[in-house]
Write a protein of this length. Structure first.
Length: 71
C-alpha cells in the first residue's frame, strides 16, 4: 500500500483527440447550443408535486423487549 502506483500507459495522440471530440459532441456542443438560445435544462418541465403538502413522518413501530416488532 505504501508503494506508489506505476504510471499509466501512454495514450496515443489519435485516441486522445477522438476522446476529446466525442466529449465535445456529447457535452460541450449541447451546452453551447442551450446557452446560445438562452435556455436551461429545466425549461418546459413541471414540478413533480406542484402543490404544497404537509409531510408527516411515518408512524413508528413499537419493538417488544425481545427485539421482535409488535403488530
Amino acid at each position: 500500500w505504501l508503494a506508489p502506483l506505476p504510471p499509466p500507459p501512454a495514450t496515443p495522440l489519435r485516441a486522445q483527440l477522438v476522446a476529446s471530440a466525442r466529449w465535445g459532441r456529447d457535452y460541450f456542443v449541447p451546452w453551447l447550443w442551450r446557452r446560445a438560445r438562452d435556455r436551461t435544462t429545466g425549461d418546459h418541465r413541471s414540478a413533480k408535486r406542484p402543490t404544497l403538502t404537509v409531510l408527516r413522518p411515518p408512524a413508528q413501530r413499537r419493538v417488544a423487549p425481545c427485539g421482535v416488532p409488535s403488530p
